[in-house]
Design a protein around this ligand. Structure first.
Ligand SMILES: NC(=O)C1=CN([C@@H]2O[C@H](COP(=O)(O)OP(=O)(O)OC[C@H]3O[C@@H](n4cnc5c(N)ncnc54)[C@H](O)[C@@H]3O)[C@@H](O)[C@H]2O)C=CC1
Ligand SMILES: C[C@H](CCCC(C)(C)O)[C@H]1CC[C@H]2[C@@H]3[C@H](O)CC4=CC(=O)CC[C@]4(C)[C@H]3CC[C@]12C
Length: 369
């Protein structure tokens, strides 16, 4: 993968390339990776916007496939220089079964690793999550922590469990010999809560606010801080680390990096209001309107209803015991490891990230603007 002033030569594969983060990674690669010859986008569901990308100078290959199917993954990986594995089942609401989450996130990742080994692909970037660390089931705060901060990472929920197992597999695979005898170089990026254009939960909150006459009701104390990171910066970090993996294999191989930028530390709800406020919504209450014990009760009731209704319909509200625990626990990172190891600086300032997100919300169908 030596730098070349001649024709672009690299083949990248992005799994989950049609998802919220995946789309930003795909577009960022096309904009900022001049050595790209072919970009393969592998996803269970291919999006219509892929068509417009096919008219550019880079060969864009859309592959409809399932990461749980080893042969499909191997076929997609064969001949790629770099794999960015963002595909995953992001479900903390009980929409999918624990088995399905495990299958997609753990077996899917295993398939990607094995495909790299079998076909001779040497560089693998995995999209992990802050959830690999916490918040843990005991609700311990993680305040301005970094990659080396000790924390009791104890999980029960299928999503963080699956992300932790998958991350472990990826890091453990670093150094394995791939076909041809060269070592596999892997690393994992751990975004905190991602926001930006295409963020489904932001969309849900916005629509809920519109239904409630332009109001949202505070549920969590403003003092509980959440780490959030703009999707464009998360994508940029993926592109940058993928580019640097060869040159700095000894330093980056087997490492984990939190994804961070200059987004302010705020509670989940106050942070969302940075975008929803300018779009006409108001957060009612300086303190939570309901006592915490009542929220716990409602969350438990939702879990019970989900279980009872399962044979008839899927009841998966935002509030459940897990989301309440995560929303109610401080989890913020403060680190410069990515800057030290591969020169990462956020591409988008907080002001830019905020403006882009606001414009996206305003353009949403049914918007109050
Ligand atoms: N959204 C967030 O706040 C965070 C997300 N992450 C991680 O980032 C990655 C991307 O997440 P998002 O973009 O938010 O989710 P998303 O659901 O928008 O994107 C995931 C993509 O993976 C695809 N996919 C799912 N199952 C698949 C399968 N069996 N085979 C092939 N493709 C499959 C989906 O079709 C989708 O396009 C995930 O690995 C997630 O764990 C990490 C931290 C925070
Ligand atoms: C849905 C939660 C907010 C609603 C809480 C309520 C009902 C009391 O108002 C979200 C609060 C925190 C979110 C999670 C966090 O950003 C970390 C994540 C990382 C991931 O890898 C996947 C998504 C998520 C688990 C994210 C999911 C929504 C929240 C729980």
């Amino acid at each position: 993968m030596a730098e070349s002033a001649q024709a672009p030569e690299l083949v990248y594969l992005v799994t989950g390339g049609c998802g919220f983060l995946g789309e930003h990674v795909v577009r960022m690669l096309l904009e900022r990776e001049p050595r790209l010859r072919e970009l393969r986008i592998f996803d269970l569901h291919l999006s219509p916007w892929l068509e417009e990308l096919k008219t550019g100078p880079v060969q864009v290959t859309a592959i409809q496939g399932d990461v749980t199917q080893a042969q499909e993954v191997t076929a997609a990986v064969a001949g790629a220089h770099v794999v960015i594995h963002t595909a995953g089942l992001v479900d903390v609401f009980g929409r999918a079964s624990p088995e399905t989450i495990h299958k997609v996130n753990v077996w899917g990742t295993k398939n990607v690793i094995e495909a790299c080994v079998q076909t001779g692909t040497q560089f693998l970037v995995y999209t992990s999550s802050m959830e690999v660390v916490g918040p843990n089931i005991k609700g311990h705060p993680f305040y301005r922590g970094n990659e080396d901060t000790p924390y009791e990472a104890v999980h029960k929920h299928p999503y963080p469990c699956s992300k932790a197992l998958a991350e472990h597999l990826v890091l453990e695979a670093n150094g394995r010999k791939v076909r041809g005898g060269l070592p596999l170089v892997t690393c994992a990026l751990r975004p905190t809560g991602i926001y930006g254009e295409g963020h489904q939960i932001m969309r849900d909150f916005y629509r809920q606010g519109l239904r409630l006459g332009g109001r949202l009701f505070r549920a969590i104390p403003a003092s509980v801080e959440h780490g959030r990171v703009y999707v464009g910066n998360v994508a940029w970090m993926h592109v940058l680390v993928a580019r640097e993996l060869e040159q700095r294999a000894a330093l980056l191989g087997g490492q984990v990096y939190f994804c961070y930028d200059k987004s302010p530390y705020k509670s989940y709800e106050d942070f969302n209001m940075e975008f929803l406020g300018p779009c006409g919504l108001r957060l009612v209450g300086t303190r939570p309107l309901l006592p915490y014990w009542l929220l716990v009760l409602l969350a438990a009731l939702n879990a019970l209803l989900q279980w009872l209704l399962r044979p008839l319909l899927l009841y998966a509200p935002l509030l459940n015991p897990y989301t309440l625990a995560v929303a109610n626990t401080t989890f913020t990172v403060s680190t410069n490891k990515a800057q030290r190891h591969f020169g990462y600086e956020p591409l988008f300032s907080w002001e830019e990230s905020r403006t882009r997100t606001i414009l996206w919300v305003q353009a949403m169908e049914g918007s109050a603007q």
